[in-house]
Write a protein that binds this ligand. Structure first.
Ligand SMILES: Cc1cc2nc3c(=O)[nH]c(=O)nc-3n(C[C@H](O)[C@H](O)[C@H](O)COP(=O)(O)O)c2cc1C
Length: 279
């Protein structure tokens, strides 16, 4: 199908419906902003675009500080509320039950319920049409320790981050690969097949192939059958052993009675057969 060209619009998505906290601990304020993002990695430069009419615009212009808080689906309702009510009229922390918490390097508060809070200092305010862009340097990042894994890395999959796309809120789907996964050599998961329970292991192999197998980083691995492993079933081994012990016992008994042992009997039979063949 061909693409239809529309007029210019804000169609970039998904975006984080970030909570922008400003003011101070005595009079904290929070608003929702989807027009936010990263501009540079080193130094870390970010932005948020806010309309002049917002109370947050006034506070951030005055204090030159704000925090970008990354929300989860659990607080989606509060994210929406602080995006439709103004802090000029009421205390939005009291209204929603969100908690204002002290930051490490700036006076603006952070939102406790968000797993990541990015402390920013304004570098420049650039006026565009409807929105003014607050260009800022990231001075600290506060991460909820619940999402720091045992290697010190950040694992936000279980946090359930919230996304915003074309007027709707979404939860993030499942993790499908890490940075660079498309060019990485695929790892293989070997399913060894056992000669004596072939059907069972083929079933196991097919099952492994159907359900996506992941390594500890959540990256999918290729399921590969690696041939037959020769394992003798345990029952057969035991049966053979017990026949041997029975034979030994009967040979000892035969010797006692002066009779021919099993070994002598089979040997004689063998001699008889070979002598018949020779004729
Ligand atoms: C999902 C969502 C995204 C929003 N994004 C922005 C934005 O990027 N910039 C902006 O100025 N307002 C945005 N708003 C509107 C403000 O959050 C809203 O006007 C809020 O009441 C302002 O609060 P304040 O007056 O206390 O600063 C958004 C609202 C919602 C619900």
């Amino acid at each position: 199908m061909a693409k239809i060209t529309w007029n210019p619009g804000t169609m970039l998505s998904p975006l984080p419906p970030a909570l922008i906290s400003s003011g101070n601990m005595n009079k904290p304020n929070v608003m929702t902003a989807a027009w936010t993002g990263i501009i540079c990695s080193e130094p870390v430069i970010t932005y948020v675009s806010i309309r002049k009419s917002r109370y947050s615009h006034e506070l951030i212009s005055k204090n030159k500080e704000f925090v970008i808080n990354v929300p989860t689906w659990k607080i989606a309702s509060s994210v929406d509320t602080v995006g439709v009510k103004s802090g000029r009229d009421l205390d939005k922390f009291a209204l929603t039950g969100l908690t204002a918490e002290k930051c490490s390097k700036i006076n603006a508060p952070q939102v406790k319920e968000c797993p990541v809070s990015i402390e920013c200092k304004v570098l420049e305010i650039r006026e565009f049409g409807t929105h003014d862009m607050f260009l800022a340097e990231v001075v600290a990042v506060n991460v909820d320790e619940e999402f720091i894994d045992n290697k010190g890395g950040l694992d936000l999959e279980k946090a359930g981050l919230l996304a915003y796309a074309h007027g709707f809120y979404y939860t993030l789907g499942r993790k499908i690969g890490k940075f660079g996964f498309s060019v990485e050599k695929k790892k293989t998961l070997s399913v060894k097949t056992d000669k004596f329970s072939k059907e069972k292991t083929i079933e196991k192999f097919q099952k492994a192939k159907q359900t996506p197998q992941k390594d500890k980083n959540g990256v999918e691995v290729v399921v590969k059958k690696t041939g037959f492993k020769k394992i003798k079933p345990v029952e057969q081994k035991q049966e053979k052993k017990s026949n041997k012990t029975l034979a030994n016992k009967s040979d000892k008994f035969a010797k006692k009675k002066g009779k021919k042992t099993n070994f002598e009997n089979t040997n004689n039979n063998f001699r008889k057969k070979t002598s018949i063949k020779k004729k």
